[in-house]
Design a protein around this ligand. Sequence first.
Ligand code: ADP
Length: 484
Amino acid sequence: MKSKSIEQLLDAGFLDELQEGIWIADWEHRLVFTNRVLVRLLAYETEQQLLGRSWRELLPPGDVTQVMRTLETGSNSCSLPYTRLLGNNGRTVPVRMVVNRRSTEKGSWLVGMVVESPLAGINRDIDIWVSGQVMENAPDGICIIENGQIIYVNHRFEELTGYSSLQLGRMTLDRLLAPAYRKSVTQFIEDQHRLLTPAHQEVKIQHRTGREVDCELRVVPLEHANRHLLLCYLHDISELRQAERMRTEFVAMVSHDLRAPLAAIREAIALLADTAAQRLEEKQRRFLMIAQEEVDRLNRMIDNLIEVSRMEAGKVELNLRAVDLNDIINISLKSLALLINKKNLKVVRRIPPRLPPVAGDPDRLLRVFTNLLDNAIKYSPDSGTIQIEIDFVDPEAPVLSEPGILANTRYLKVTITDQGPGIPTEFLDRIFGKFERVEPHGSGSGLGLAIVHSIVELHHGKVWARSTIGEGASFSFILPVKEI
Ligand code: ADP
């Protein structure tokens, strides 16, 4: 059967027999049809009183915008579970309504289906009331910004900032932030029209008393009835940050205090090994050596702990100078000689003869080599070979265009390779994170590579790992050459 045109359907009169109110509008929004149910619902006498008017006059403006937006996005249907239609004599009627777009060869039509719903009115009021309560009693500070001005704050926001809503109404958000954070937050508020998805950032709020509060700021862009709003949440994380600071300071303090007694024990063992070793039995000599190795290991662990605390406190400052990597390698290998000998390892160096110095902090670079060599030794099989290779980085190499790398600067690449069990591919990036270990219950703190990563990045370098399981692992890092 051929489908009937809209006009034929209208003539058929069956639309008057439905339970729902129906309206049809042309693409200029003019009502071209309303059924009797709708006419009655809106307390009109005849449909002529409605025909020719715009359907948009019957709805609250916010709901009109919602319908238009939904249809503009390509959807053919928009549902309004709680809305009100404007009836005769200014009466509003709570309804549920669905608006559909119908296209025929004669053009596009909007068809509205309306069901009277006394509950819709109540629900809508409750909805608004409940939303208000949710905002007001939220554990996070909430404010709404329009055109840069704060137009709403909840109770918690007042508490966090120390200002009343009246005072806040005359302020902009950047004035509530500690100076260091103002620029970046202002930027994303000014970029509001480009902000399509929620953004968040850690900030410090400046309380009215001048005290700074660590907070996480989350900004959600909202569009409502042609208004562009920013919904901002402030989540207080000051207790969390305070606990972290205390932990870092505690670790730093304990590590520091351990250093002095350890140095004394180390000296005593070294003295014993130098002076009395010949008089000791083989077994006693072995124990002395173990004591020496373990004290060295403890020292390296403590150095790493202190370094991590410094990094977390943001206190790492590089003491840059021209550093000959050969010297650093010699010192590092010397400190690890006991371990290398114990496993009967061979260390092969492939280093160009006239190696230029790098721009580096010698103590920190020593830590990089010692951590990487310590791992290479730990994972090497007995009598294995560890290779230390240094090369110039090809100026065209992709790694030189990565962020953080200095422009127009020559770089050296160091690669340390062992013949150990290797590292599974899925761990190759992760092992540079703090506390990351392939064997979560194995020995070690999981800090060594995190420190290597931070130090290399501070030097405007990059570090990465490659591995074939069963054949070994190789760690490479690049450092800028110090041109003289
Ligand atoms: P850890 O103190 O545990 O050695 P690292 O940060 O130095 O911490 O290393 C992280 C993890 O990376 C180690 O636990 C180990 O699983 C893996 N790893 C590091 N170096 C090697 C290597 N040369 N061969 C195999 N696995 C390695």
